[in-house]
Design a binder for this molecule. Structure first.
Ligand code: E4P
Length: 217
């Protein structure tokens, strides 16, 4: 499973890039607003740090506006992926982008039917929002599994990008359910390393090694 980071904070992205774990980045208008920075400048900086896809979301709600904004954003760097909502206008714009070789991330997906529509217009990624479904007592993970089955049934090449990830279990469950990608907030990525038995085990090894009085170099 590929790891994208879900943030518009350039310093966090730079730090994660250095781990060698990062395959791409997703942003959204809320994350850009939280950063307090200029959208296009942030996207340009992220694209210089990361070679993989960087999702930049259109703001327009009509087809022509989405196409104009998407084409403008796509010029920032070759790894910009245009993020579009799964609306009738968004899917028309998605079809236009797929026909013109521009990568797309269809966002705000909450149902298997929406994912089916996105695949039919050639979306590069579909983003089911796991956490927001869990928030209303529906199973985000069941949605990932359903989309996996549908896409495999028809050999759709659209990649399932598990989004709105809030917990460590969301990451491992998305991998178990066959998501191609998970976009994860930085804090959750950092927590993925941790296990109390790793800390305890290492403490014991360090102590026992010191008692040998040896050195490797
Ligand atoms: C995905 O691309 C979105 O940016 C993001 O995962 C939404 O997460 P949230 O539901 O925590 O806002």
């Amino acid at each position: 499973m590929k790891f994208f980071v879900d943030t518009a904070e350039v310093d966090d992205i730079r730090e994660l890039q250095a781990t060698g774990l990062l395959d791409g980045v997703t942003t959204n208008p809320s994350l850009i607003a939280k950063s307090g920075r200029d959208f296009k400048q942030v996207i340009a900086e992220i694209c210089e740090i990361v070679d993989g896809p960087v999702s930049a979301e259109v703001a327009a709600l009509d087809v022509e506006g989405m196409i104009a904004e998407g084409e403008h954003l796509a010029k920032i760097a070759s790894n910009v992926t245009i993020k579009i909502p799964v609306t009738p206008a968004g899917l028309k714009a998605c079809k236009h982008f797929s026909n013109n070789g521009i990568k797309t991330n269809v966002t705000l997906c909450f149902s298997a039917n929406q994912a089916l529509l996105a695949a039919k217009v050639g979306a590069t990624y579909i983003s089911p929002f796991i956490g927001r479904l869990d928030d209303i007592n529906l199973s985000g993970m069941d949605l990932i599994a359903d989309i996996r089955t549908i896409y495999d049934n028809y050999a759709f090449t659209t990649e399932i990008l598990a989004a709105s990830i809030r917990t460590l279990n969301h990451v491992s469950d998305a991998a178990l359910s066959g998501a191609d990608v998970a976009t994860i907030p930085p804090a959750i990525i950092h927590k993925m390393y941790g296990h109390p038995l790793t800390d305890k085990g290492l403490e014991g090894f360090v102590k026992d090694w010191a008692s040998t009085g040896q050195s490797i170099l």
